[in-house]
Design a protein around this ligand. Structure first.
Ligand SMILES: Cc1cc2nc3c(=O)[nH]c(=O)nc-3n(C[C@H](O)[C@H](O)[C@H](O)COP(=O)(O)OP(=O)(O)OC[C@H]3O[C@@H](n4cnc5c(N)ncnc54)[C@H](O)[C@@H]3O)c2cc1C
Length: 446
């Protein structure tokens, strides 16, 4: 077999033109697109599925972490507005002091799409981002594949929110992957559960730690030792807005989701394991005796693949000792939480008691002119990523990146030459929280 082929050259129709194109409609991409559109940019959002929400909807990751730490808000702006809209629609609970807010995945889809359409974003669903056309480091066109074939959209700026840095890699800019990627999880929802008896595991996070049923965990651990239960974490079990329905984060498997053959094996393995585990839950725990599988993620949840090589790398020290970055666009406060690939425990676990700052530069790929990222592909080391990867912070990054993309178009700026003060003013006017109180107020208390 030959190792490569030359495809014939082809003419690709240009079917539209936008100021800002956002690739990927997950938590980061939704907010990036809304921010760009509200700043006056003609904005296109490309999403491979028929709905938006990313891991929160396609993989059922439904606790949105973390809007608050110690009862104090550190994420505001468009992400908070989206959560409020989801709550108004009956699908989010915003009363928890930890700021770890449960959402209903179906309502999250609805709230996010309403917000996008109200902001004037053009939504292109069922469409796969495929490639870019770039000259001198500037992306002039984004190429997509969908039922219309392979078509191009002209653009002035691009925000890569694919989570896997698909646009950055297509543009030939450097990315990196850690030696060990965090494992994947096929998340599922069970009906018919005795949720009254399980009330004790549905509480708020205390000290950044979500409650786990120690008795369920201990028994699963024994069965895992005996080879009867596959690798697992938690289990973290959320009540799910309806009596009898729970949402479970438990299965765990090492994989690389950017390796399609490996990830295909992961999907099929985890589907077998999920059904086997549900049998164990029914057999072992009275609360689950009548449980039935209501829904599983339409894809296995992916925590980590490629990271950009950015203008700044967010490292563990930045998480533990917050810095007053002049280009702060988001804050995070999630525990440093790295899931083991070969044990049922968490690695590097550190509880945080105050928020830290995320600089815009950690979203800008080295060598980029008009391309910025947001979300889980940002430039961060392992422990830094272990904290910053959660959805409230990814959404706040989205607001920063989408606003920056619009400013870049309006003022002829490149991403590596962003006017930090102008970006900061824009974010503050839109209620984002980018102050340095967390640094000033707590200086000297390390
Ligand atoms: C099992 C698990 C548990 C987690 N637990 C929590 C938790 O408790 N709390 C929390 O806050 N966070 C949690 N996270 C982390 C969080 O879900 C992710 O880090 C977050 O969703 C990242 O957001 P994102 O927008 O960067 O990427 P994603 O959510 O991955 O969204 C990327 C979007 O881009 C689309 N896309 C990708 N490639 C293409 C392409 N080529 N063309 C078109 N569309 C494309 C995808 O379909 C998707 O909609 C968990 C993650 C997992 C997997």
């Amino acid at each position: 077999m030959t190792s490569s082929i030359m495809e014939p050259a082809r003419e690709t129709p240009v079917v539209g033109s936008f100021d800002v194109i956002v690739a990927g409609g997950g938590p980061a991409g939704v907010i990036a697109a809304v921010a760009a559109a509200r700043s006056g940019a003609r904005t296109l959002l490309i999403e491979r599925y028929g709905f938006v929400g990313g891991m929160a909807t396609s993989a059922l990751v439904t606790p949105i972490s973390e809007f608050r730490v110690d009862g104090r808000q550190h994420i505001g702006g468009i992400p908070l507005e989206l959560m409020r809209l989801a709550a108004e629609l009956g699908g989010a609970e915003l009363e928890r002091d930890s700021g770890n807010w449960p959402v209903n995945d179906e309502i999250f889809k609805l709230a996010a799409q309403r917000m996008l359409l109200d902001a004037g974003v053009t939504l292109l669903l069922h469409t796969w981002f495929a490639d870019v056309v770039a000259a001198d480091g500037r992306i002039s066109h984004v190429i997509v594949q969908n039922k219309a074939g392979r078509v191009a959209y002209a653009c002035e700026a691009v925000v890569d929110c694919t989570g896997d840095a698909d646009v950055v890699r297509a543009a030939g800019l450097p990315t990196t992957k850690g030696d060990v990627l965090q494992p994947a999880t096929l998340w599922f929802q069970l009906g018919g559960v005795d949720t009254d008896a399980l009330q004790y595991v549905f509480g708020d996070a205390v000290d950044g730690i979500l409650p786990v049923s120690e008795s369920i965990r201990a028994r699963l651990a024994e069965l895992h030792e005996a080879g009867e239960v596959p690798l697992f974490g938690g289990p973290w079990i959320n009540s799910f807005f309806h009596d009898g329905l729970v949402s479970i984060n438990v299965l765990r498997e090492p994989t690389d989701a950017s390796d399609p053959e490996w990830f295909s094996r992961t999907e099929t393995n985890l589907r077998e394991k999920m059904h086997a585990l549900i049998e164990v839950l029914r057999r072992e725990f009275p609360e689950f005796r009548d449980a039935w599988l209501a829904k599983s993620g339409i894809q296995t949840g992916v925590r980590e693949t490629h990271h950009i090589v950015g203008l700044y790398e967010l490292v563990k020290d930045d998480i533990l000792h917050p810095k007053a970055f002049p280009d702060t666009v988001a804050k995070g406060a999630h525990t440093i939480d790295v899931h083991h690939t070969d044990s049922i425990d968490q690695n590097d676990f550190v509880i945080l008691r105050r928020p830290y700052n995320v600089p815009f530069r950690s979203l800008v790929p080295q060598g980029s002119e008009n391309l910025v990222t947001a979300g889980r592909c940002l430039c961060a080391d392992g422990p830094g990523f272990g904290s910053v990867r959660v959805m409230a912070t990814c959404m706040a990054m989205g607001q920063g990146a989408g606003s920056a993309a619009a400013l870049a178009v309006q003022h002829g700026l490149s991403m590596s030459d962003m006017d930090f003060e102008m970006l900061r003013r824009t974010l503050i006017e839109a209620d984002a929280i980018v102050d340095f109180d967390n640094v000033a107020a707590l200086a000297g208390k390390d």
